[in-house]
Design a protein around this ligand. Structure first.
Ligand SMILES: [Fe+2]
Length: 268
């Protein structure tokens, strides 16, 4: 009886071992955030936008990436409750699908707004490739990753092994390239030369997800992104044939986003 049981267990173990999904054994280890780093992913349901509140827990200095106008009061309240001082409201690009919350947050918290100089939008501070954004002891390295728009930036925090990609890399996707001086070729080139060369365990935090996924990694997108794993020619063909409808809020969002990094546009 015992022998039968042992055989059954051995058999089960070998089946389980062969049933491991491809590549699981090489899935890179997820690096935890350091204990003085605060991270909060926030969501706007209407536009499926993720905003990220980051802070230094020793000094209380905080930044928010890609805030949404309709959520500015929520975000300001959270900053206040946690005792943070919001230093910067940082945009990854000039959004076409929602109005940035950076102008309203500026009024509510006294923070400064930031966006790429190349975006054509107004802000307190303009970003360029190679800039470093500091909050407390933490540093964000600025990468220019145009393609979805001509002013797209990605933000890397090396110490925390993560990158905020805006619409440049989405989870199993990427931003469309048919508006705002978009270029499939630039997007592809920038992803491959600036994002996909980061260590594979880096977490990817995008500006949106429409299916409920929260994060990805360089390792995952390099293997499973259905567009960016193709060669350039095929990628361009895919992007040229997306047949997407005209963005819902583009006519409202773009004029507002050109200004509201510096002007308050209260919702009420
Ligand atoms: Fe976008």
């Amino acid at each position: 009886m015992l022998r039968i049981l042992a055989i059954a267990l051995t058999l089960c173990a070998s089946i389980c071992a062969t049933a491991l999904p491809n590549g699981l054994s090489s899935l890179p280890e997820r690096q935890p955030f350091t204990s003085d780093f605060f991270f909060r992913q926030l969501f706007d349901e209407e536009s499926s936008t993720y905003s990220y509140l980051l802070a230094d827990l020793k000094t209380g200095e905080a930044v928010i990436i890609d805030p949404v106008l309709e959520q500015a009061k929520r975000d300001a309240q959270l900053v206040k409750e946690l005792g943070f001082k919001l230093k910067y409201a940082i945009n990854t690009h000039m959004h076409a699908d929602h109005i940035t919350g950076s102008g309203w947050l500026r009024e509510l918290t006294g923070c400064q707004s930031m966006i790429a100089a190349a975006s054509g939008a107004k802000a307190d501070l303009y970003l360029r490739e190679g800039d470093r954004i500091e909050f407390g002891s933490h540093v964000i390295d600025v990468l220019a990753t145009p393609g979805h728009t001509n002013g797209c930036m990605s933000y890397v925090i090396k110490e925390q092994a993560c990158v905020f990609t805006g619409d440049t890399v989405l989870i199993r996707g990427c931003g469309r390239t048919d508006f705002q001086e978009g270029s499939s070729e630039f997007l592809y080139e920038n992803v491959h030369t600036k994002i996909f060369i980061l260590p594979e365990n880096y977490r990817i935090y995008p500006a949106h997800d429409y299916k409920g996924q929260l994060e990805s990694s360089v390792w995952e997108e390099k293997r499973y992104n259905p567009r960016l794993t193709k060669d350039l020619e095929e990628f361009i063909q895919i992007m040229d044939n997306l047949n997407l409808s005209y963005p819902n809020k583009i006519d409202v969002s773009l004029p507002a986003n050109r200004e509201c990094g510096v002007y308050d546009i209260p919702k009420e």
